[in-house]
Design a protein around this ligand. Structure first.
Ligand SMILES: *Cc1c(COP(=O)(O)O)cnc(C)c1O
Length: 340
């Protein structure tokens, strides 16, 4: 099977498994796991912040950030396609007792004037706007990259109006591979950022949440309350360190593979449109005479897995476990599909 369902499906490479086997571990709840401590220090330094926290999932990292940055009856501002709204089970309301204001960005990317206009005036009967969340890259936006100018302009609005700025950086390294910016250049514009190690970076489990010493101290308490305090987590952290050291540099390959798929899709008469492909996500729409279920069944029969992403829409995600030969196979399979 060639699995294009998500970049979360990767399995640890032999080199990563070796690093995991060799990890020195301890009880991380007592802060005694040297490998977790090393991953946290490395992540914080990379993004130019004081501290970081290893979390079991990107969802937990984001939910902890929402909890620490807000109080009940506050409101978070984000794009309507955001993972924190679409795919985290409404956790913002459950864990933090906050509301959410959704803005229509372009492929998931917001402009500073939209954010400025969304901030509520200070009135007893209104929710309090205290946090902005940006997703980079934006999954539902087709893996779109936030231009640094947008981030800087939104940061300026946040500083002027007293809001915190969090980045859902599940795929931040895909974004940086395209923009060429150093992690710290984006990090310095943010109060916090969550980074997935288990997406394109290929670790089996884990995300890091990064921010100030004070923010992470509180985040650590919230993580424990959510049941996310892990013990000998160094085995997993070792995979994360290995991923940062070895798998960041190869992300451009995934992006080239995504462009190859898009170049085939562009020639197919059963495809009605493709979202701009900037990174490792390809989202495309089908003509009315073909359903996603039909195409997905055909792909599955031919050894290719993908997922529907709406009533007319399909998503492919390229990653570490899909090589160029596999991509060429998929291109051939796509070209042979005939509308029944
Ligand atoms: C995957 C993802 C997350 C977190 O996902 P987990 O599966 O909980 O690790 C958060 N934000 C975005 C944009 C994602 O794609």
């Amino acid at each position: 099977m060639i699995n294009l369902l998500s970049d979360t499906v990767t399995k640890p490479t032999p080199g990563m498994l070796k690093a995991m086997w060799a990890a020195e571990v301890g009880d991380d709840v007592f802060r005694e796991d040297p490998t977790v401590n090393a991953l946290e220090a490395k992540s914080a330094t990379l993004f130019g912040h004081e501290a970081a926290l290893f979390c079991p999932s990107g969802t937990m990292a984001n939910q902890i950030a929402l909890k620490v940055h807000t109080r009940p009856l506050d409101e978070v501002i984000c794009d309507e396609t955001s993972h924190i709204y679409q795919y985290e089970v409404g956790g913002y309301a459950f864990h933090s007792g906050i509301g959410i204001q959704l803005l229509p960005g372009k492929n998931g990317v917001l402009e500073a004037h939209q954010v400025a206009a969304a901030i509520r005036p200070n009135q007893d009967w209104l929710p309090k706007s205290t946090l902005v969340v940006l997703e980079n890259t934006c999954n539902k936006g087709g893996g779109s990259v936030y231009p640094l100018e947008n981030i800087k302009a939104i940061r300026k609005v946040c500083l002027e109006r007293g809001l915190a700025l969090h980045m859902d950086g599940a795929r931040i390294f895909n974004a940086l591979a395209v923009s060429g910016d150093a992690p710290a250049v984006i990090g310095q514009e943010l109060d916090s950022i969550s980074v997935c190690l288990s997406k394109g970076l290929g670790a089996p489990v884990g995300s890091v949440l990064i921010g100030s010493q004070k923010f992470i101290a509180e985040a650590r308490r919230v993580r424990k309350a959510m049941g996310g305090g892990m013990r000998q987590a160094g085995y997993l952290a070792a995979a994360g360190i290995y991923a940062l050291d070895h798998h960041v540099v190869r992300l451009a390959e995934d992006h080239a593979h995504a462009r190859m798929l898009a170049s085939t899709l562009e020639t197919l008469d059963y495809v009605s449109g493709i979202r701009p492909v900037q990174t490792n996500i390809v989202i495309f729409d089908l003509v009315d005479t073909v359903t996603p279920a039909q195409l997905l069944a055909y792909l599955e029969e031919n050894g290719v897995k993908a997922s529907a992403f709406g009533p007319k829409t399909i998503r492919f995600v390229t990653h570490l476990d899909v090589d160029r030969a596999m991509i060429e196979t998929v291109m051939g399979v796509l070209g042979r599909f005939r509308v029944a």
